[in-house]
Write a protein that binds this ligand. Sequence first.
Ligand SMILES: NC(=O)c1ccc[n+]([C@@H]2O[C@H](COP(=O)([O-])OP(=O)(O)OC[C@H]3O[C@@H](n4cnc5c(N)ncnc54)[C@H](OP(=O)(O)O)[C@@H]3O)[C@@H](O)[C@H]2O)c1
Length: 245
Amino acid sequence: MKIEGAVALVTGADRGLGQADARELVRRGAAKVYGAARHPGQVTEPGVTPIGLDITDPGRVAQVAEQCADVSLLVNNAGVLKYSTFIGAPSLDAARQEMETNYFGTLSMCRAFAPVLAANGGGAIVNMLSVTSFYTNPFDASYGASKAAGWSLTNGVRLELHHQGTLVIAVHAGFIDTEMAALVDAPKISPQSMAQQICDAIEAGQVEVLADERTRFVKASLPRDHELIYPPVQEFWDAALKGSP
Ligand SMILES: NC(=O)c1ccc[n+]([C@@H]2O[C@H](COP(=O)([O-])OP(=O)(O)OC[C@H]3O[C@@H](n4cnc5c(N)ncnc54)[C@H](OP(=O)(O)O)[C@@H]3O)[C@@H](O)[C@H]2O)c1
């Protein structure tokens, strides 16, 4: 799909990767870029049109799809990470919030915009997922579950929208240098280079982006995950438990 001349909508465009995506789309000549955010006043990127949107509010999602009927490229970037374990977490609150945003919010956006994209020639949907779509890490276990659900939904939406010519792209990445990963001391990709990979995939018609070495390794290792992926994760988790008070 050509970005030049397209009309895009990016969720979570006020900061982090969403802001970088919106900037890159403007740079590549998109005719219009809607920057959707819970606080639209914080969308300050030049050339981006702010629009108020909480993706967990189905009524507002429907209104925005009606208001932005010219969209041909939907970038589902908004997401939350609560660093919550399955068993040790004090309640299900974090798991529910992650599922509500990362899975149901993204699904609700895909459903609302599917007819808009069809009316505009098919277009494309980009769903921002994670390396944790492919395996579970206890440190962000319920986040991983929401991204695994997002991976499944992305594959399903691609099948259901094939008939209308919509390109559906799953983007999986390890750590990206944004507020979400601020607590993490590990190699991170810059939001700018991530946005470039996403835009390259849109223009090349790719269905999947595996953004870094770790993500490529994990996906390639899935047939042998209990040999290659989980033993070091278990070791790290056990060591962290021993070190905790
Ligand atoms: N950073 C990483 O290491 C990493 C790695 C892999 C994948 N990802 C994914 O990349 C995407 C972007 O994350 P980021 O790194 O840019 O994180 P970030 O800096 O924390 O930004 C998250 C964005 O999502 C928005 N958001 C959260 N809940 C929302 C809701 N209910 N409705 C609308 N917007 C909402 C936030 O808006 P507010 O400003 O209103 O909070 C913010 O704009 C997420 O899907 C994340 O899961 C991140």
